[in-house]
Design a protein around this ligand. Structure first.
Ligand code: ADP
Ligand code: MG
Length: 262
């Protein structure tokens, strides 16, 4: 940790591209069309820790759903670890999702009839891990997010913030190379947000996991290494953390706040 409380900036010039997005466009609707994403191009390197910010309705969740292989673009391409997933079969996409990607959704999507422990075990069991091992790892992950005493509670017996933490533990279960979070700290108090941030950062450092976090929380965004700002489905400004502050793309200068506001 540096004196400013931020992680030292790692030079990723030589890291490989883990995600390459080219001219990504998503149009919803038949009658009234909504252009949710408008020709977004973007490269993300392995081990990056980045935030996506922007007003409500700007296309953030749509972009995450594309990266997470939950939805397909209208046009443009996505290459994930060198594989063109735009044209991948549903089977290939499902495999990649289970192996390479971990999600935390805005609404946690936990299975209501299962306990916290079982919810976190689920992706590991699907990936073929044996039950005892999955249980042990789920226990460890739930302890890491501060829920060691809530293992056997179901989602309805937990608060929104606690369920969100179960969802974080579940997303990390299979040690995916890319973790995607949609408002992952949205309903957490600042102390718990900090705990989760520290956990994600440790994983980012230790096992070089890539994190892509949509957030409204600028304190959180400013702790990442790169901030992408999306407005009306377009990437309007990009900031990168340097040793001595942020460098920004030219377009940020046209924004009254220099881009560091959502
Ligand atoms: P954000 O996450 O930034 O708030 P979204 O990606 O959810 O924004 O939405 C971007 C735009 O696309 C919005 O205008 C939204 O209404 C529209 N949209 C999102 N999902 C759908 C859908 N399934 N059908 C129709 N319109 C959608
Ligand atoms: Mg959203």
């Amino acid at each position: 940790m540096s004196e400013s409380g931020l992680e030292p900036v790692i030079d990723r010039k030589n890291s490989r591209n883990i995600i390459e997005i080219k001219d990504l466009t998503k149009v919803f609707g038949d009658g009234v069309e909504v252009i949710a994403l408008n020709r977004i191009s973007l490269t993300i390197k392995e081990g990056e820790f980045l935030a996506i910010v922007g007003p409500s309705g700007s296309g953030k969740s749509t972009l995450l759903n594309m990266i997470g292989l939950l939805d397909t673009p209208t046009s443009g391409s996505i290459i994930l670890k060198g594989v063109d997933v735009t044209s991948a079969s549903p089977n290939q996409r499902a495999n990649l999702r289970n192996r390479e990607l971990g999600f935390v959704f805005q609404y946690h999507h936990l299975l209501p009839e299962f306990s916290a422990l079982e919810n976190v075990m689920m992706p590991m069991l699907i990936a073929g891990m044996d039950k005892a091992q999955a249980s042990e790892r789920a226990h460890k992950l739930l302890s890491d997010v501060g829920l060691a005493d809530r293992l056997h509670n179901r989602p309805s017996q937990l608060s929104g913030g606690q369920n969100q933490r179960v969802a974080v533990a579940r997303a990390l279960a299979n040690s995916p190379s890319i973790v995607i979070g949609d408002e992952l700290t949205g309903n957490l108090d600042s102390k718990t947000s900090r705990l989760i941030y520290d956990l994600l950062r440790d994983l980012n450092k230790q096992i070089n996991q890539t994190f892509i976090l949509v957030t409204h929380d600028m304190d959180m965004a400013e702790k990442t290494d790169r901030i992408l700002r999306i407005v009306d489905g377009q990437l309007v400004c990009e900031l990168r953390r340097q040793q001595d502050g942020w460098s920004q793309s030219d377009a940020c200068n046209h924004l009254e706040d220099g881009g560091l506001k959502h």
